[in-house]
Design a protein around this ligand. Structure first.
Ligand code: PMP
Length: 431
């Protein structure tokens, strides 16, 4: 529950920003309250302006795989800032960052840095349309790919949390070029390709869906999407804005052994600074200006602060991955999930969950969830109660039943035990 300082701050913010925020889900509308305000973070903990401390599983919606204010990342940002915050000229840092990302992601031959996940996905679609000379794009219901016009069609995340099916302001002609079909349903995609295959430029997919809570791909699903797209000469775009460097060092593509044509990144790649990237096959990426005719640019793209933070973060991840970081984060998530299932089942509540790498999902749902329709049948009222009860006990989850939970490399046994204990007390309060 928001304290007096947050309540006053939100009242003021409401006068000055739409809904009082700069990004919709932050307003806590989906959990029927006003938001807490962040003051500072330290490792796995977030402190609000009313002096409360929380074990943080929001982790800024995913980027903070090293937790808050990691000393090496802070130092990298500080040193970069002292040399200048932006140049508008090439820097060696950008080359180092490109080299690291390409080294870690086998499907990438060439990469372009941008400033957000939205920019990355928007640019990848433009490229796909140019390369295939086709205009239709396929996305999956409940997947979120940022707020560019062509993606606000049956989208997840805030769009779904706020019950906004699509968005006014997107011209019908653009929305019509995006075909949304259910996630995890290979027959739906096959049928679509049978009738429209020659018109489809690209299929864009979150390989683990992280914007309708956390939904895993069915075994073989991503492989089948890869084969179908290839056989119709449509491009496969993996949107790894959430899964990149989070479900494994080589993202979901490494974990599931799939080579997409293009990949988009955001979040973890910038360690909390505003950054995104897209990359893939050389023949495709060479179509981007100034190598080729497809235009995309950015004054602050490849920003030295973001590159420095990202590079340090990726280097640390590479080392930690050798020491079992991703397995450890997954085990942590699994322990939270197990407690959730145990407590829910003991009380006869509908519960389901799973973890993969540094992300996990908790659902008040009877049995497995495979797509957005399943997620929509989960009990949102129970989630809202659970969210507030956990918050009151010092544990911060996403303020929406439609979002994943994130573990960082710096969450330890202490935070895990605090979470398991808080959960025991929270379930005792659920009605
Ligand atoms: N793609 C995915 C899979 C995302 O989760 C998000 C953001 N949640 C985006 C794209 C858009 O990224 P950004 O908010 O940085 O524009």
């Amino acid at each position: 529950m928001a304290g007096p300082k947050a309540t006053a701050a939100f009242e003021q913010a409401l006068q000055l920003m739409p809904g009082g925020v700069n990004s919709p889900v932050r307003a806590f509308k989906s959990v029927g309250s006003t938001p807490i305000f962040a003051d500072r973070g330290e490792g796995p903990y977030l402190y609000d302006t009313d002096g409360q401390r929380y074990v943080d599983y929001l982790m800024s919606w995913g980027p903070l795989i090293w937790g808050h204010a990691h000393p090496e990342i802070v130092q990298a940002i500080r040193s970069a800032a002292e040399r200048g915050t932006s140049f508008g000229l090439p820097t060696e840092l950008e080359t180092a960052m490109a080299q690291k990302v390409i080294q870690l992601l086998p499907s990438l031959e060439v990469v372009r840095m941008v400033n957000s996940g939205t920019e990355a996905t928007m640019s990848a679609i433009r490229l796909a349309r140019a390369a295939t000379k086709r205009s239709y794009v396929v996305k999956f219901v409940g997947c979120y790919h940022g707020h560019a016009d062509q993606f606000l069609v049956k989208a997840g995340s805030g769009v779904a949390s706020l019950g906004l099916p699509d968005s006014p302001g997107v011209p019908k002609e653009i929305a019509e070029r995006t075909i949304a079909i259910p996630y995890n349903d290979i027959d739906a995609l096959r049928d679509l390709f049978l009738t429209r295959g020659e018109e489809i430029a690209a299929v864009i997919v979150e390989p683990v869906a992280g914007n309708m809570n956390c939904v895993l791909p069915r075994p073989g699903y991503l492989q089948a999407v890869r084969e179908l797209t290839r056989s119709y000469d449509a491009l496969l775009i993996f949107d790894e804005v959430i899964t990149g460097f989070r479900v494994g060092l080589s993202g979901a593509q490494g974990r599931f052994g799939i080579q997409p044509d293009l990949t988009t990144f955001g979040k973890v790649i910038g360690a909390g600074l505003p950054v995104g990237a897209y990359g893939g096959r050389r023949d495709l990426m060479e179509m981007i200006a100034p190598s080729g005719p497809v235009y995309q640019g950015g004054t602050l793209s490849g920003n030295p602060l973001a590159m420095s933070a990202g590079l340090v973060s990726l280097n640390m991840l590479e080392q930690a991955a050798n020491d079992g970081l991703y397995e450890r984060m997954e085990q942590y998530g699994n322990q939270v999930v197990e407690q959730f299932l145990r407590l829910g089942q003991a009380r006869g509540l509908p519960v389901y969950g799973h973890a993969i790498g540094g992300m996990y999902g908790l659902f008040f749902h009877e049995g497995p969830v495979y797509d957005f329709a399943d997620v929509c049948t989960s009990n949102v009222e129970l989630y809202v109660q659970f969210f507030h009860s956990m918050l009151a006990k010092g544990v911060l989850f996403a303020p929406s039943a439609m979002e994943s939970a994130f573990v960082s490399a710096v969450h330890t046994e202490t935070e895990l035990n605090a979470t398991l204990d808080a959960m025991e007390r929270a379930f005792a309060e659920l009605k």
